[in-house]
Design a protein around this ligand. Structure first.
Ligand code: DGI
Ligand code: FE
Ligand code: FE
Length: 191
């Protein structure tokens, strides 16, 4: 299948499993990831594909996410069991492979790690992580204007800023911190 047709097909399929607001966010991440891919010389098609699919499990119920994990022997950590929305990334990567037919490990990793990040992220993983945070539809994050600019100047510094702001937000709001988010922040603030 031609790549543009494949993107169109995925876009239509994702629209069916998301509410209107989430789908608008999805399109925002798709084109923001494409723009970052142009800037950093990453594969534009991969960036768009990962952007379209990153939240494909976001509109499921927690029960559905947990049951998909149970049925398919996907490991659920302690923090994920208590905060099952976190699982939308892992379950999303699983569905990208099984339902949407994505084979490229880098695209699957970008979906899987888009919420907490991880050490040693590939360029595509960084692009999706950052695009998710800065896409034009996002409104409530601190320092958004600066972070948006920084994303196109130095993606690693943008990554650290986003992780720092996310951790501060979680500490302020009493959200439970996934050790992976903390580890990613520590790793990238030292490298
Ligand atoms: O799915 P999106 O809303 O587009 O974006 P996302 O997948 O990055 O999820 C964003 C939310 O995830 C945001 O409210 C911060 C939260 N988050 C990121 N790391 C952690 C976390 N929430 C908890 N409880 N713990 C974390 O470590
Ligand atoms: Fe997400
Ligand atoms: Fe998202």
């Amino acid at each position: 299948m031609k790549k543009t047709n494949q993107l169109k097909k995925i876009r239509k399929a994702v629209e069916k499993v998301q509410d209107a607001k989430r789908f608008e966010h999805t399109l925002g991440v798709e084109y923001t990831a494409a723009a970052l891919a142009m800037r950093y010389e990453c594969d534009i098609n991969d960036a768009r594909t990962a952007g379209l699919l990153h939240d494909c499990a976001k509109c499921f119920s927690d029960e559905k996410r947990l049951s998909i994990c149970r049925k398919n022997h996907i490991k659920v950590t302690e923090v994920e069991r208590k905060n099952p929305f976190l699982l939308h990334a892992k379950v999303g990567a699983y569905l990208a492979r099984e339902k949407y037919g994505i084979k490229e490990p880098d695209i699957l990793n970008a979906i899987q790690n888009h919420t907490t990040g991880r050490r040693n992220m590939s360029l595509l993983e960084k692009i999706i992580f950052v695009a998710d945070y800065i896409e034009p539809g996002r409104k409530h994050a601190p320092n958004l204007t600066e972070t948006r600019k920084l994303a196109f100047i130095d993606i690693d510094r943008a990554l650290v800023t986003i992780l720092k702001d996310t951790l501060e937000h979680l500490k302020r709001s009493g959200g439970e911190i996934d050790p992976m988010t903390e580890e990613t922040w520590r790793y990238y603030s030292q490298h």
